[in-house]
Write a protein that binds this ligand. Structure first.
Ligand code: HEC
Length: 112
């Protein structure tokens, strides 16, 4: 391999290694920006806004078993209302399908 080829291989290897962490940074950022205010950095929902809105503890595995990934995704798209009052706003149009799916996966990592 000449040095130019070595450079290309090194660059490609670096990009492949960096890709998942770039993706992960995006989800973490989306969580902090859009969800953390209510659900907390750790998903427990013990923030001021979370208590006011009535956010449930997402680290509770039994609670998380009550909905499938598809249901969770749908709820994120449509939002959650209770007796006509908005508890969580709809994220359709705010975040893309892929971003929402990544957040569904992130929410699952909170469950104990
Ligand atoms: C304004 C506060 C608030 C924000 C911001 C918020 N949520 Fe919620 N979330 C709630 C409340 C309140 C509920 C409903 C709890 C209940 O079932 O009564 C809820 C429910 C949920 C549920 C359970 C869904 C189900 O199927 O029952 C998930 C998962 C969730 N939120 C994830 C997220 C994600 C991901 C974001 C960011 C994109 C987010 N939330 C942003 C307040 C919020």
């Amino acid at each position: 391999m000449n040095s130019k080829q070595t450079l290309i291989v090194t660059t490609v290897t670096f990009l492949l290694a960096a890709a998942p962490s770039l993706l992960a940074a995006d989800v973490a950022e989306n969580w902090t920006k859009n969800c953390g205010s209510c659900h907390g950095a750790d998903g427990t929902g013990k923030t001021k806004a979370g208590r006011m809105a009535g956010a449930k503890d997402l680290t509770d595995g039994a609670y998380q078993k009550q909905f499938t990934d598809e249901q969770m995704l749908q709820r994120l798209k449509d939002g959650v209302t209770d007796k006509g009052k908005e508890k969580m706003k709809p994220y359709k149009g705010v975040l893309s399908d892929d971003e929402l799916k990544a957040l569904v996966a992130k929410v699952r990592t909170f469950a104990k």
